[in-house]
Ligand binder design. Structure first.
Ligand SMILES: [Fe+2]
Ligand SMILES: [Fe+2]
Length: 287
């Protein structure tokens, strides 16, 4: 079957945080294969830091899966000194969207594709909403206090140095604009078709409660999306970023953290080499 065609019987699969600057993780990508040529794949961000690496990964996956859906992670949005592409902020994001369009990968800037599931169609909505420092550590009332706490403990996300918000004045201003535009788009959808929301960050704060360093939560999302899983007709939420792969439920909605993470992390979890694929739907056949 050629790429781009779909057939009944496929699954909706997901992965994230492939971090292919690590050779062991690049090997995981080389091994990512559908069980059926009809399988779709969600990639929820943090493929890597280099535009060429994002293109290599999405191109390879696009050849193998019927459809590929991508949402950006913070690492793709870094302007890393080793990347020949030195675009910043919105321009960098737009370059990544162009890469997706050239490859035929669905990005947050395109119409949301509809997966023809066996129990009825599901709309797959890749989102880019960012974060705004509202997931603050206990006792920190403002962004400044939260950041000061992080600097005191030495837990400062590299985004502070590499993720530029240009032309927005701040990452939180970029986040506010993305939240407003995304919210409007979700509100305009036909609520009859359930939606799978795909975002690099959890849309609710609770998953960050188990972070080893609570100060890190400020780089993990925004309180502005706290009710999206109940406000819209949401079948499931797929996210990554925390590198804590698991399944939780909030208000009866399934949240799937699908990170692969760094080699030291997946080795610590006692996994041999992770398969890198989580089945989201059909739900009954999984695990
Ligand atoms: Fe990551
Ligand atoms: Fe991330």
């Amino acid at each position: 079957m050629t790429a781009g065609t779909t057939a009944p019987g496929g699954a909706l699969l997901a992965t994230s945080d492939l971090h292919i600057s690590y050779e062991e993780n690049r090997d995981i990508v080389r091994g990512l294969r559908p069980k059926s040529p009809a399988d779709w794949l969600i990639v929820a961000g943090d493929i890597g830091e280099l535009v060429a690496d994002v293109e290599w990964t999405l191109g390879l996956l696009r050849e193998r899966f019927a459809e590929v859906v991508w949402a950006p992670g913070n690492h793709e949005l870094w302007t890393h000194p080793s990347d020949p592409v030195q675009l910043r902020g919105v321009e960098r994001y737009q370059r990544l969207v162009e890469v997706c369009r050239r490859l035929g990968v669905h990005s947050p800037e395109d119409p949301y594709p509809v997966w023809p599931g066996p129990d009825g169609p599901l709309r797959i909505a890749p989102l880019f909403v960012g974060y705004d420092y509202t997931f603050r550590p206990p006792g920190a009332a403002t962004k400044e206090q939260a950041l000061a706490r992080a600097h005191d403990t030495g837990v400062v996300c590299a985004d502070e140095y590499l993720l530029h918000p240009d032309p927005y004045p701040s990452r939180e201003a970029w986040c506010r604009a993305r939240v407003a535009a995304t919210e409007e788009r979700l509100a305009a959808l036909d609520p009859v078709v359930p939606t799978v929301l795909v975002n690099h960050y959890p849309l609710v704060r609770q998953p960050t409660d188990v972070l080893y360093y609570p100060e890190f939560a400020q780089w993990c999302g925004t309180t502005a999306t706290a009710d999206w899983h109940t406000r819209f007709n949401v079948a499931a939420v797929v996210y990554g970023h925390l590198h804590i792969p698991r399944v939780t439920h909030y208000d009866g909605v399934r949240f799937e953290e699908v990170s692969v993470g760094y080699p030291r992390e997946w080795r610590r979890r006692g996994e041999a080499v992770p398969t890198g694929l989580r089945q989201i739907f059909p739900e009954a056949a999984k695990r």
